[in-house]
Ligand binder design. Structure first.
Ligand code: SAM
Length: 204
């Protein structure tokens, strides 16, 4: 990685600056879309935000009794704790969630999958499915590769995540763990996909 890009990445990982950059690049509109996709399951008991970072997804306006953020980066969780007194921040790996099975009414995963390689992506979805109680929903969002768009190419060039994927490739992995309720693509600077899934029923 070039030194300038590396400097950019370490600056952008500061929680307050991270939030500022995300808002400048459309985070509020992304959250509005997520809220729209969560229509019908916007309230419940346990809500788990996997790779939740500083807690930007809290703005979606979900009304759950308990909010748990799991993230691998302690600095992001410190940012989360500063601004979300009622939430629980847990340092942990999305591919080995430190969470008992079948507890969450909703698992959200926003802008995380492009940080994971293919084997890790499988484990992320498997772990999200394991954490969900039967009937619970998985709400998934990420930016996707769109090589024909100049803006997408530029954004990916400077992103910390090194695994941008085609929406169809993501969907092919998603359906191995979840029945699809909705699968929506849209563009705000980046091209995005939002997937809503219910975990497969256990085999007899
Ligand atoms: C682009 S940020 C998104 C943060 C948050 N979900 C949001 O939408 O603002 C990606 C997040 O994934 C976290 N992350 C990356 N790999 C992870 C892993 N294996 N387990 C847990 N968190 C991870 C990073 O620490 C970072 O907070």
């Amino acid at each position: 990685m070039k030194p300038a890009t590396s400097l950019l990445h370490s600056l952008a990982s500061h929680p307050a600056l991270y939030d500022l950059i995300q808002r400048a690049t459309g985070a509020d509109e992304v959250n509005r879309r997520l809220r729209e996709s969560a229509n019908g399951f916007a309230r419940g008991e346990w809500w788990l935000d996997v790779g939740g970072g500083t807690g930007l997804a809290s703005d979606i306006g979900l009304e759950y009794t308990h909010h748990v953020v799991v993230d691998i980066d302690e600095a992001k969780l410190i940012g989360f704790r500063r601004t979300h007194a009622g939430g629980l921040a847990v340092q942990g790996d999305a591919t080995r969630l430190p969470i008992v099975s079948e507890v969450a009414d909703l698992v959200l995963c926003r802008a995380v999958s492009h940080h994971l390689d293919d084997a890790e992506l499988e484990r992320l979805f498997a772990e999200a499915a394991r954490a969900l109680r039967p009937g619970g929903r998985f709400l998934f969002l990420d930016a996707v590769a769109a090589p024909s768009r100049l803006r997408s190419r530029l954004l990916w060039r400077y992103d910390r995540g090194s695994h941008p994927r085609d929406a169809r490739d993501l969907r092919a992995v998603f359906v191995r763990y979840f029945d699809i309720v909705t699968w929506t693509t849209f563009t705000i600077h980046h091209a995005y996909v939002i997937g809503v899934g219910i975990r497969h029923p256990p085999a007899d």
